[in-house]
Design a protein around this ligand. Structure first.
Ligand code: OOG
Ligand code: MG
Length: 260
């Protein structure tokens, strides 16, 4: 357990790195003793800083919930974080000059019709409390050099959250078998990755249940109306200026954007 002042200082460092588009050395290089709990304390400070700057929380997210992601990032435990209002892109253009080394990943997101309060939340509670499921492309942009980090680092860095594109096809959860929803991710017409909802902890609703149960440990809950990203089904893929990205979900439509 570190001091309050250190949490604040490290949160500020990560916020500055994002604003200045300058990668930083991972926190555990300087503070190897940082724990997962410290990571969440730093993330809490980062969220407070953003809220004080006038930003609002747009969505909650889970990360590292699929084998594809855990293997790729070499971190083997699911994590939670936030997506802020300024991160939501609605015009189909990703401005790369605002980012460090962005990557894209395909996800399934949930909109809740009721509060979900753990502990003991299961995926069937989640499905019963889901208003809509929607496709999402998340843009992650670690503030750390070479996109390399340990578990406490990536938690502190708000799970690499950077931007998000939400699809326009909203479906009721009982209209689909979410574990069987397939997704393809293409860049410049070339198929880069594919997967199915089951890649996320067997069923993406398990990821939302895990989030509710993680929050319960801090006496918190998910709220009616919350939007929650359940984590990358596919691995994440590096983006370059001029790229045209397109993803398709079975029964959930598609999302396209260009990198400018
Ligand atoms: C951490 C964020 C992971 C996901 O969906 O797995 C994430 C990272 O890979 O940099 O958002
Ligand atoms: Mg993600």
């Amino acid at each position: 357990m570190q001091s309050e002042l250190l949490y604040k200082r490290l949160a500020q460092k990560l916020v500055d790195a994002e604003l200045n588009r300058e990668e930083v050395v991972k926190l555990t290089a300087e503070y190897p003793e940082l724990t997962v709990e410290d990571g969440y304390r730093i993330q809490n400070e980062l969220v407070s800083l953003k809220l004080r700057q006038g930003h609002r929380i747009f969505a909650s997210k889970m990360g590292l919930t699929s084998q594809a992601k855990m293997k790729q990032m070499n971190v083997h435990e699911p994590i939670r974080g936030y997506i802020f209002d300024y991160m939501n892109i609605e015009d189909g253009i990703l401005p790369i000059n605002e980012l460090i080394h962005p990557k894209v990943e395909a996800e399934i997101a949930f909109v809740l019709s009721e509060d979900l309060e753990g502990p003991g939340i299961t995926y069937s509670h989640v499905l019963a409390a889901t208003d809509y499921v929607v496709p999402a492309l998340e843009i992650i942009d670690s503030r750390y050099a070479q996109f390399q980090f340990t578990l406490p680092d990536v938690i502190a860095d708000n799970t690499s959250s950077s931007r998000v594109f939400i699809g326009s096809m909203w479906r009721k959860p009982d209209e689909l078998e979410l574990d069987l929803v397939g997704v393809t991710l293409s860049i410049n017409g070339e198929l880069k990755d594919l997967g199915a909802g089951a890649a996320v902890l067997g069923h993406p609703a398990h990821s939302v249940a895990m989030l509710a149960n993680m929050l319960a440990r801090e006496g918190r809950k998910l709220h009616k109306g919350d939007l929650i990203l359940s984590g990358g089904i596919t691995g994440s893929h590096q983006l370059r200026e001029g790229d045209v990205v397109s993803a398709k979900w079975g029964g959930l439509g598609s999302i396209e954007f260009v990198v400018k």
